[in-house]
Write a protein that binds this ligand. Sequence first.
Ligand code: FES
Length: 361
Amino acid sequence: MNDQHGTGLEPTELETARPGYSPIAPISHRPRVTDTDPKAARRAERQVASMFLLSMVFVVLFVVAFIAIDKTSVVYIPVLGVVGASNVALGFTFGVSVFLIGAGAIQWAKKLMPDVEVVQQRHDMVSEKSDENEAAANYERGKEESGFARYKIIRRTLIGALALFPIPLIVLLRDLWITPAGESPAELLSTTMWKDGMVIIPDIGYEAGKEGTAEELGIRPEDIPVGGLVSALPIEIGLLKSAKPNLIERGKASIILVRMDPSEIRSQQGEGWDYNGILAFSKICTHVGCPIALYERRTHHLLCPCHQSTFDLADSGDVVFGPAARRMPQLPIGINDEGLLVAKAPFADPVGPSFWERDLT
Ligand code: FES
């Protein structure tokens, strides 16, 4: 490194001997307030340490939020709509803690680390031994000048903030084997809201807040043309005003209805599970759980956009391509006395990703 502007560092012989070396005109240097005023330097030191301390506080808040907030509770946030309260709290606290470490580091660099103009000569890629020694010396000098050894409070609070930083990542691992209600993922995914006689309605979304009777909201077979696809829910979860919004139950119960010519159905996951060519399948991919609604009416293939698993809905929802290990669970359907499409039984297979098949004990 070559410095010619009052920092006391002179170019080495090796650098001056290099082809193309030329001395560089001095650049005027304006010291910062923290360079000349010890009080300002101490104030900056306290600011930086406060940010690192606050980062630690937000990590603790993250853990508290993870434990205390019901995973099924939701909040309304303008623009975003209805979102999980736990997700919002975890994202906010973790994001702020990361931000404060970054902001503290920037503040430290801008106000307290050496503020000098440094010029580095360009040189060959292969380093001379003397260059290596020089780099090592520069590293030692940089360590000294950065104040890492001098500013003890900053050093300690930064070490504290970085030590707590991985905790949120470790805490989140708990969700891999324990659900909010304390059940295993296998238990959670084994049951959904669907039961015999439950009316099927279109998935209108919570925000719509649509109210109405089953006759007004329910789907009739004639509403679905051959080749059509409808995203749907059980009526209990679909009616915002008559049921507590529950994102987990809503996700598990999401289905798609497709209609094809009955003669095109090659096999099903049970006898008589369709109604005049209308079939109902879970909407949650059996690979890792992405929602699917990409349907190719000519081939009856359902394509998952996440990793391209493809399911043949005319053949029991079997996997024809991709990483999914099992077919799409099918919901047996029929019609009730009012002519509305209803479930005839719960799903026979667990919905969602297949990790529940593993031994989690
Ligand atoms: S989640 Fe559907 S293929 Fe991976």
